[in-house]
Design a protein around this ligand. Structure first.
Ligand code: GSH
Length: 212
C-alpha cells in the first residue's frame, strides 16, 4: 500500500496528534510542512478547513485530527490504538470527545489569561479529566497507548507554556503524572517530541507577560 502524506506544522498540537498516531502505529509516511504564519494558497485550495493536519492517502484527503487518527487506526496494520473490549473502546472515545471541553478550551483560556481563578479552575478541570480515564493504567484506558492518549498528550507536552507564562501546572494529580511519564517514555513519543523553547516562542502571541 502506498505511504500516506501528512500535512503538518511542528507547533500545532492537533497535527502532533496525527504524527503520534502514525508513529505509534509505525506507519511510514511523508511529512509536509505547512507554514501557519503565512498559509500557502496551494494548501488553502486543497484543505476545506484551511488548517493542519490533513492526511492524503490513495488519492483521498481527510482532515480533523481525531478523524484522521481513526482513519490511521482503520487503514493500517500495526499496534492497535483502540481497545477490543467494547466498554474500554467506548471509554477511549468518551475521553477523546471530552478533550475539547475539559482540556483544550481551558488550556487556551488559561494561556490568554481569560480564567477568573486559574489555579482552582485548573485543579477542577484536572479532576474531571482524570475521571475520563478507565482501567488500571498507566495509559488513559488501560495498559497500552492508544487514540485517547494521543488525543490528549500534545497539550501536556505544551504545558510548559502555561508554567512559563502563568505558573500553572497541568499534571498536579499522581495519576496524570504517572500517565505523562509512561507516555514520555515511549520511543514514538520521544521521536515526535517538540522543542520546548519553540512552544514558548510559538505561543507568545497569546500570552506576552511571563509569570514572576
Ligand atoms: N479541529 C481541528 C483543529 C486544527 C487547528 O486548529 N489547526 C490550526 C493550527 S494548531 C490551524 O491550522 N489553524 C489555521 C491557521 O493558523 O491559519 C483538528 O482537530 O484538526
Amino acid at each position: 500500500m502506498p505511504n500516506p502524506k501528512l500535512d503538518s506544522n511542528p507547533v500545532c498540537p492537533f497535527a502532533h496528534r496525527s504524527r503520534l498516531a502514525l508513529a505509534i502505529k509505525e506507519v511510514d509516511h511523508e511529512l509536509v510542512y505547512v507554514d501557519l504564519k503565512e498559509m500557502p494558497q496551494w494548501y488553502k485550495d486543497i484543505c476545506p478547513t484551511a488548517s493542519v493536519p490533513m492526511i492524503e492517502h490513495l488519492g483521498q484527503r481527510i482532515w480533523e485530527s481525531a478523524i484522521i487518527n481513526e482513519y490511521v487506526e482503520d487503514a493500517f496494520s500495526g499496534p492497535e490504538l483502540l481497545p477490543r473490549d467494547p466498554y474500554l473502546r467506548a471509554r477511549a472515545r468518551l475521553a477523546i470527545d471530552s478533550a475539547g471541553t475539559l482540556l483544550i478550551q481551558p488550556f487556551y483560556k488559561a494561556l490568554k489569561g481569560e480564567l477568573e481563578n486559574p489555579k482552582e479552575q485548573f485543579a477542577e478541570m484536572q479532576h474531571k479529566l482524570v475521571e475520563t480515564m478507565a482501567g488500571d493504567g498507566p495509559f488513559w484506558v488501560g495498559d497500552k497507548p492508544g487514540l485517547a492518549d494521543i488525543a490528549i498528550y500534545p497539550w501536556f507536552e505544551r504545558a510548559i507554556v502555561l508554567k512559563h507564562y502563568h505558573g500553572l501546572e497541568l499534571n498536579a494529580s499522581p495519576r496524570l503524572e504517572a500517565w505523562q511519564k509512561a507516555m514520555a517514555a515511549l520511543p514514538a513519543v520521544q521521536k515526535e517530541a517538540g522543542d520546548p523553547q519553540s512552544f514558548i516562542e510559538g505561543y507568545s502571541k497569546y500570552a506576552p507577560a511571563p509569570a514572576r
